[in-house]
Design a protein. Structure first.
Length: 198
């Protein structure tokens, strides 16, 4: 199964590749899932699709028909217009994400105790926060990134998703799908908390 929801949101030298295109011999065993939520900023419309061998597609249709109602007609029409329309807004959105990605990467790596690889796709950074664990931060300390996420929310009103949610304790997911000023303010708050507590 290959999730291609971020196919148009890659940056720098990174390129998108689809398994059945790159390895056609795998196509009969591949299930490709995608949707309009990320590329077309249609979060909440709940329109997606899969490309799969007939037996898998038939099974998925049967399962879906018993689990959910059908996608609303207006949502289907909007999704069709999005995928058939020009990509100008997608290009503009990707440029904004790219700018924010670079700012977030730089600002996270400037925080003592944080190590962030450069994001190459989607709109998230996933830094190691291990250097912030078990050290004083605003009069408290956190032993896990689950505790650190709660501490950051309580102390400075910044929300991050702890790595435990992804099976990666010691890491946290930061989204750069927000306004430039809010992104800078949130990261500045983390930096200031660490520096004050240093």
């Amino acid at each position: 199964m290959t999730d291609e929801i971020y196919e148009h949101l890659v940056y720098g030298d990174a390129t998108f590749s689809s398994i059945p295109v790159e390895a056609p011999e795998a196509a009969p065993r591949c299930v490709v899932v995608n949707g309009v939520a990320k590329t077309y900023a249609m979060t909440g419309w709940r329109v997606g699709w899969l490309i799969a061998p007939p037996a898998v597609a038939t099974g998925a249709i049967r399962l879906q028909s018993h689990m959910t109602s059908n996608v609303a007609n207006v949502s289907q029409r909007a999704a069709l217009a999005a995928v058939q329309g020009p990509m100008d807004s997608v290009v503009e959105m990707r440029a904004a994400f790219d700018r924010r990605r670079r700012v977030m990467h730089e600002m996270l790596n400037a925080i003592d105790g944080v190590a962030c690889p450069e994001p190459e796709g989607a709109f998230y950074a996933f830094p190691s926060m291990k250097g912030l664990l078990n050290r004083p931060l605003g009069g408290a300390s956190a032993a896990t990134t689950l505790e650190l996420a709660a501490l950051l929310l309580d102390e400075i009103k910044v929300a991050v998703v702890p790595g435990e949610a992804f099976g990666a304790p010691g890491y946290a997911r930061f989204s750069f799908a927000l306004g430039d000023a809010d992104l800078v303010e949130g990261l500045r708050r983390i930096r200031d908390l660490v520096e004050r507590s240093g």
